[in-house]
Write a protein that binds this ligand. Sequence first.
Ligand SMILES: Cc1cc2nc3c(=O)[nH]c(=O)nc-3n(C[C@H](O)[C@H](O)[C@H](O)COP(=O)(O)O)c2cc1C
Length: 326
Amino acid sequence: MISTRLTEALGIRHPVLSAPMALASGGRLAAAVTAAGGLGLVGGGYGNADWLTTQFAEAGNQAIGCGFITWSLAIQPELLDVALARKPQALMLSFGDLAPFAPQIHDAGVTLICQCQTMQHVRDAVEAKAGIIVLQGSEAGGHGMSRATLTLVPEAADFLASVAPDTLIVAAGGVADGRGLAAALMLGADGVLIGTRFWASEEALVHTAHHAAIMASDGDSTIRTTTPDVARKLDWPKGFTARVMQNDFTRKWHGQEAALLAHQEDEAAKYTAAFSAGNTQDAGVWFGEAAGLISSIEPAGVILERIVAKAESLLSKAARFVVKSG
Ligand SMILES: Cc1cc2nc3c(=O)[nH]c(=O)nc-3n(C[C@H](O)[C@H](O)[C@H](O)COP(=O)(O)O)c2cc1C
């Protein structure tokens, strides 16, 4: 057992959260991660009340959390009511202004998780009284920025130790096995949030062709780009890019964003049709650099148990690196 402030605060067995991945993290995945001892988060994504209600029902009685893309939630703030009505274990906000939503989450007595990509985001999350701060490095699949996990986590840990020592720290971006979990704890995190590895699980809402694509990929196969957002007509705030698999779509349009914008209507229809069909070349295939550490699609519980067992073994052997004096 790896017991940390995170496991104690959330009443979970393992210091692992599954990421609220838009379109991919439904109720089955979240429930499976919670059942295996972590905490699963449903991905509220770009917002659809019916989809959310269905996914909460899929999770049955399991204690789960939920996450939103904050700038998108601002367009449909009523989705927060839908999520809070479920009484989630935690509510995660990423990518946008926290101030309009944090008070409602606190008033509901729900733990606020804020995912941060920069130190300025960390300062904003402290201001919003986040209970848990996720530091997301650029290795991560999906949207993010350019800081690396290896420096962002300890820098934020030092800062939080001085200004908000009770705030829990979670590392995200590139964690896919026990080595990543053990390393994150050494960097000062209380746990990890894992996206890509759970995207490649049986319970994730992911097309089988996309699962085949990650198994054929390595960590060199991805790119950070805004092209999928232009093609989907999503108005992401400046500075955020998405890490996706390099394919015909990114090779055609990355660096040609103005041309893509000029053809946005046609390209949006093509992108949507390709994504729904599981076409891996003409739409975004959403995973991070952890692809190079993934060679199987398995139940999320099996994945989680293996990550924790390996981290436990590494941490218990860590003493071998200590040179005894005298
Ligand atoms: C397919 C996919 C979709 C994602 N969608 C969201 C999202 O809707 N909201 C969010 O906060 N983070 C989202 N993320 C980012 C995750 O929260 C997390 O930071 C990331 O997956 C961690 O890095 P990893 O993929 O290397 O595990 C997404 C990630 C992936 C892979």
